[in-house]
Design a protein around this ligand. Structure first.
Ligand SMILES: [Zn+2]
Ligand SMILES: [Zn+2]
Length: 277
């Protein structure tokens, strides 16, 4: 597992294209995708599945079963609305095989649907474009800021206005974290929350000419060249590239990035989430 941290966002991450994807955000007590169910996922009560490909979802019955065995509260599982039925069916079969009932809450989400995970925090499903139904996700935190006309007023006056209940604040849902799931590059154009998230985890399955852009698109994935081409869209403080094909070593990925990305400012904002093979 790779520990990623940027300001308030902490992620325990496994991200290997075609092998396993699971991102655990312990501070928010949520995970995105379950991969093959790493041990530290079992304590997390809420998981959001991007799609049903097994490198993202294989560990689901094991995760549920382990929570039942440990008498942990029923997990909340969110998935694309299109697969809620077959997923429910396969989980019913696993209960039959295992000989005990799973307590679960399985909910399908469409793009735009939101789930409140804390009083000031919600997770919104984003439109992803893959070969099978897929959702990206954004974590939004509600922030309160002074209205512009009050910014220069002295603290005493602000306090007084606050006490009188005056409308001096604006509330804004700020995207702190977003994850693309598996998708083609249009995901970026489609989702402002992804472009604006403080931290964006975005798939970058292919990086060189042996697997060119056309091939990436054909398989519903993103090529590094497309990310470079669209770099003006990224307003993120940190851009985490992930889901690299297993044919690349970590060293090779760094070499290719250094060679291809001429914009140093852009390169500095990139974090390569690649494992040692
Ligand atoms: Zn995948
Ligand atoms: Zn996939």
């Amino acid at each position: 597992m790779i520990d990623f941290r940027h300001k308030e966002v902490q992620v325990e991450a496994i991200g290997r294209g075609g092998i396993e994807t699971c991102y655990i955000l312990p501070h928010y007590q949520v995970a995105f995708d379950v991969g093959r169910c790493p041990d530290n996922l079992v304590d997390i009560p809420r998981v959001f599945l991007t799609h049903g490909h097994l490198d993202h979802s294989a560990g689901l019955p094991y995760y549920i079963s382990q929570r039942s065995l440990r008498h942990l509260p029923p997990p909340e599982i969110y998935c694309p609305a299109e697969i809620v039925e077959p997923l429910g069916e396969i989980l019913r079969l696993w209960q039959k095989i295992e000989g005990f009932a799973y307590a679960i809450k399985l909910t399908g989400l469409n793009p735009g649907d939101a789930v409140e995970i804390r009083r000031d925090m919600q997770i919104v499903a984003l439109k992803s474009l893959h070969r099978v139904p897929c959702r990206g996700y954004a974590v939004l935190r509600r922030t309160r800021k002074l209205r512009e006309e009050f910014i220069d007023r002295p603290g005493r006056e602000i306090q007084h206005l606050k006490n009188t209940g005056a409308d001096i604040f604006i509330e804004k849902d700020m995207p702190v974290f977003a994850f693309s799931g598996d998708t083609i590059i249009e995901f970026l154009q489609e989702n402002a929350a992804a472009r604006e998230a403080q931290v964006l985890f975005i798939e970058c399955t292919y990086i060189d000419d042996k697997r060119p852009v056309a091939r990436a698109r054909e398989w519903g994935h993103i090529h590094l060249d497309e990310i470079i081409e669209q770099r003006a869209l990224f307003q993120n403080e940190k851009i985490v590239l992930t889901h690299f094909s297993k044919r690349y070593t970590k060293r090779y990925i760094h070499q290719v990035l250094e060679k291809k990305i001429k914009d140093k400012n852009f390169l500095e904002r990139i974090f390569v989430l690649a494992h040692d093979n």
